[in-house]
Design a protein around this ligand. Sequence first.
Ligand SMILES: [Zn+2]
Length: 138
Amino acid sequence: MSDHDAALERLSARGFRRTESSRAVLAILAAEPGLTAGQVHAELMASGRPHDRSTVHRVLRRLALAGAVFAVPCIGAVGYRLAAAEESGLVCTSCGTTASLSTATLDAVRRDAAGAGFDATVIVAGHCTSCTRHADAI
Ligand SMILES: [Zn+2]
């Protein structure tokens, strides 16, 4: 199952409707992960599917609540990515590379989150070795 299909499944599984706006935003993020809300808005406008900015923010918030996308803080902005099919893990906020965390680590974090009343998706944002190395060369 692709990440795009997995995101659509999560919407349904959590009782969210698959609206036209949700589908459009998910398709954009599937093609270009890491876009900000403003960039998603610009893509919608450019592709002839006009939405106002507040609608784009509302759709992204809804998709995040459904666990279909997650927000990654970048320098001066927040980028959005489809939640990967495996749902939890590491993500490089520069290039989007992902890696897995051990089941023991994920279980421990989920247990603590459940104790605090959270149904948590565990996303650890950071920078991969390649991006860190590249930054040193600048
Ligand atoms: Zn990277």
